[in-house]
Ligand binder design. Structure first.
Ligand code: ATP
Ligand code: MG
Length: 375
C-alpha cells in the first residue's frame, strides 16, 4: 500500500535570477519541471516573472541571496556592483568577465577582433571631433550607438548625411562612450544560439533568420533558409567565443549575412528573443538548457523538431481566442501592460507540414494589431 510517510521528495534546487522580465519568466517555466525553483531580483514592481516566484527589490539583496549559491541573469545590463555584492561562496553564470565585455560594445568589438571574427568597421567616439573623423574614415551612412545600455535599437542614430553629424552628437553625446559603425547593407540577419555546460560540452540550435521593424525584432524564421554553408562558420565563431570567455550558459551571436560572408553584430550573454521558438521547436529549449548548464546538469538535445516561425506581439495584444483558433499556434502572453514598441508576448507557428507555414502567417497577420513587418 502507498505510504506517504516513507515517500521522500527530492528537495527543490534554488536558483537566483537577476531580472524578472519575460526571459526570467520563461527560464523559471523551464526550471519548474526539473524541480528547480527560481527567485528574482528586479527594481520593477509588476514583473512578468512574479507569477513564477518571489521578486525581491534591489534594497532586499540579503533576502534574494538567502542560502542560495547559484545565480544567473536574464538581462546583461545589471550593474556589476550587484554581482560583486554576492557572497564569496556564491557562483554566477555566465561568468562576470563575459558580462563586463557584453555590457560594452567597444569591449565586445575588440573581443571579436582578438578572435579574428569579422565585424563592421568601427571607431570609438568620445567627442564631436571623433565623430567627424569617424564619418570621414567609415563614410556615410554610419550608425552611432551608445557603447552601453542599448537594447531594441534604443541608443542608436543612423547618420545619413553630414548634416546629421551634429544632431547625432546632440542626441547621444551625453550618453557616455559611443561607437560609430559603418552601415552594413546586409542581405539578411541571422543569429546562432548555443549553450556551454560546466564540463565544456557545447550544443548549438539551428540558425534563425531575424526580421526587424523599427529596430525591434518582429519575427524569426527557423531554420534560416539557405544557411548550410554559413552554419559551420557561425558555429565556429560561437565556439571560439564560448571557450575564450570560459562561458557557462546560453550565448547568442547576432550576425549580418553579406556577400562577403558573415559579420558579427553583437552578442548577448543570455537566452534571446530569436530563440523563443526553441520552446516548442527544439527537443530542449534555450531556457531549459540554460538552467541545466547553470545548475551543473547534463545538457539536452538541441535538434529542431519542425520548421517554425516565431512572431513577437508588440505594443498591443491580439485577441487570445483568435490566436488559439489558428491551427498549430502557440501563444506566450507575458502579462505586460500594453505600450507602443513593447514586447508583450510571442506566438510560435509550427504546423505539422512546413509547407503550411506561409498560409498560417497570412492568417495571423490580420489578427495582430502591430504586424507591419510581417506584411
Ligand atoms: P537588439 O536588442 O534588438 O539586439 P540592440 O539595441 O542591441 O538591438 P543592435 O543589434 O546593434 O542593437 O542593432 C539593432 C538593429 O539595427 C540590428 O539588428 C540591425 O538591423 C540594425 N543595425 C545595427 N547595426 C547596424 C549596422 N552597423 N549597419 C546596418 N544596420 C545595423
Ligand atoms: Mg541586436
Amino acid at each position: 500500500m502507498f505510504n506517504p510517510v516513507s515517500c521522500t521528495a527530492m528537495a527543490p534546487l534554488q536558483l537566483g535570477i537577476f531580472g524578472a522580465g519575460q526571459l526570467g519568466r520563461m527560464l523559471a517555466q523551464a526550471a519548474l519541471p526539473l524541480g528547480i525553483r527560481c527567485v528574482f531580483l528586479d527594481a520593477v514592481n509588476q514583473s512578468p516573472a512574479a507569477a513564477l516566484g518571489p521578486v525581491f527589490s534591489p534594497d532586499d539583496m540579503h533576502a534574494f541571496v538567502g542560502q542560495r549559491r547559484l545565480f544567473t541573469l536574464e538581462f546583461e545590463n545589471i550593474p556589476l556592483s550587484s554581482i560583486d555584492a554576492l557572497p564569496e561562496a556564491a557562483t554566477i553564470f555566465p561568468p562576470r568577465a563575459a558580462l563586463a565585455i557584453t555590457q560594452n560594445r567597444l569591449l565586445e568589438k575588440s573581443t571579436f577582433d582578438a578572435l579574428n571574427i569579422p565585424v563592421a568597421p568601427y571607431r570609438a567616439v568620445h567627442c564631436l571631433t571623433d565623430l567627424q573623423n569617424a564619418a570621414d574614415q567609415l563614410g556615410l551612412p554610419m550608425v552611432l550607438k551608445t557603447a552601453t545600455g542599448g537594447y531594441d535599437g534604443k541608443g542608436q542614430y543612423v547618420v545619413k548625411t553630414a548634416h546629421d553629424i551634429a544632431r547625432a552628437w546632440e542626441t547621444l553625446g551625453t550618453h557616455g562612450p559611443l561607437i560609430a559603425e559603418g552601415f552594413i547593407h546586409f542581405e539578411r540577419e541571422v543569429s546562432v544560439i548555443a549553450v556551454r555546460a560546466q564540463t565544456g560540452d557545447i550544443r548549438y540550435w539551428e540558425l534563425a533568420q531575424n526580421h526587424h521593424h523599427q529596430g525591434i525584432l518582429s519575427h524569426s524564421v527557423v531554420p534560416a533558409p539557405n544557411i548550410e554553408t554559413l552554419t559551420p562558420i557561425a558555429q565556429q565563431y560561437m565556439q571560439q567565443l564560448l571557450e575564450h570567455l570560459n562561458y557557462v550558459g546560453v550565448l547568442t551571436l547576432e550576425l549580418f549575412v553579406t556577400p562577403e560572408g558573415l559579420l558579427a553584430n553583437e552578442m548577448a550573454p543570455r537566452v534571446h528573443n530569436s530563440g523563443h521558438w526553441t520552446i516548442e521547436g527544439a527537443v530542449c529549449s534555450q531556457f531549459e538548457n540554460h538552467i541545466r548548464a547553470v545548475m551543473g546538469l547534463p545538457l539536452g538535445e538541441t535538434d529542431l523538431i519542425k520548421p517554425c516561425v516565431m512572431v513577437n506581439i508588440i505594443g498591443q495584444y491580439p485577441k487570445r481566442e483568435d490566436i488559439l483558433a489558428l491551427p498549430a499556434a502557440h501563444l506566450h502572453d507575458y502579462e505586460k501592460e500594453e505600450r507602443p514598441g513593447r514586447k508583450l508576448g510571442h506566438i510560435t507557428l509550427m504546423p505539422p507540414k512546413s509547407e503550411e507555414l506561409p498560409a498560417l502567417i497570412k492568417q495571423l497577420i490580420p489578427l495582430l494589431p502591430d504586424a507591419l513587418a510581417l506584411k
